[in-house]
Design a protein around this ligand. Structure first.
Ligand code: DGL
Length: 218
């Protein structure tokens, strides 16, 4: 496959884990990573405000020659990807909570989605639930302070363990990481949930989609 310039964006360090996985899967590609350290975290902000922050950053990735952009942020994807697709003339690949795979895999009929408040309040997320999770109960724990915690590298194990234990205690057997910041604590959450729940996130499906899109580029 021809070497390509791929843009990856997130509000902060979340998307970096995705960028690393992409680089590993496509070692020949050139990845330009951009974040928004000035305004991270996005998760509690207004959608309009986030739009105003994100658009110029994605435009700068296009100006720098990126032929495709991975929006490695569930908050931006679930609220704004359609608008951004209209505003930019490169393919955008988004990341959103894996509601469908979790609901399909669940044996207890209870799944948990860990995401930012703005993701949980988005129309797209509501649609995902109504389309794919009608038959299951969806737990949505308050993880609103996790992005800040991860961004500043102040991981509070006890706080995370309380939430994970609570979810497993309520019978959740699938825990969806619906925020790329949480990918950094995936192993920790897996250890905490071991034997009780499976932890999933969309990095690999997104890389597969990226490969498909790259193949279609002339
Ligand atoms: N990493 C982002 C996400 O996937 C946003 C976290 C934040 O800025 O609050 O939703």
């Amino acid at each position: 496959m021809k070497n390509r310039k791929i843009g990856v964006f997130d509000s902060g360090v979340g998307g970096l884990s995705v960028a690393q996985a992409i680089q590993k899967a496509l070692p020949e590609s050139e990845i330009i990573y951009k974040d928004d350290k000035q305004h991270v975290p996005y998760g509690n902000r207004d959608v309009e405000e986030i739009h105003g922050f994100v658009l110029p950053i994605l435009r700068s990735l296009v100006d720098e020659g990126c032929e495709v952009i991975v929006v490695a942020c569930n908050t931006v994807t679930t609220n704004l990807i359609e608008n951004l697709r209209e505003e930019l003339n490169v393919p955008l690949i988004g990341m959103e909570p894996m509601v469908k795979p979790a609901a399909t895999a669940s044996k207890t009929g209870i799944i948990a989605v860990c995401a930012t408040p703005r993701t949980l309040s988005s129309e797209r997320y509501r649609w995902l639930k109504s389309e794919y999770a009608k038959e299951v109960k969806v737990l949505e724990p308050d993880c609103s302070d996790w992005p800040y915690m991860i961004e500043t590298n102040q991981i509070n194990h006890e706080k995370i363990a309380n939430i994970v234990n609570n979810l497993c205690g309520q019978g959740a057997d699938q825990i969806v990481l619906g925020c790329t910041h949480y990918h950094w604590i995936e192993e920790l959450i897996k250890q905490m949930a071991a034997g009780r729940a499976t932890v999933i996130q969309p990095e690999q499906p997104v890389i597969a989609q990226l490969k498909r899109v790259l193949q279609q580029l002339t």
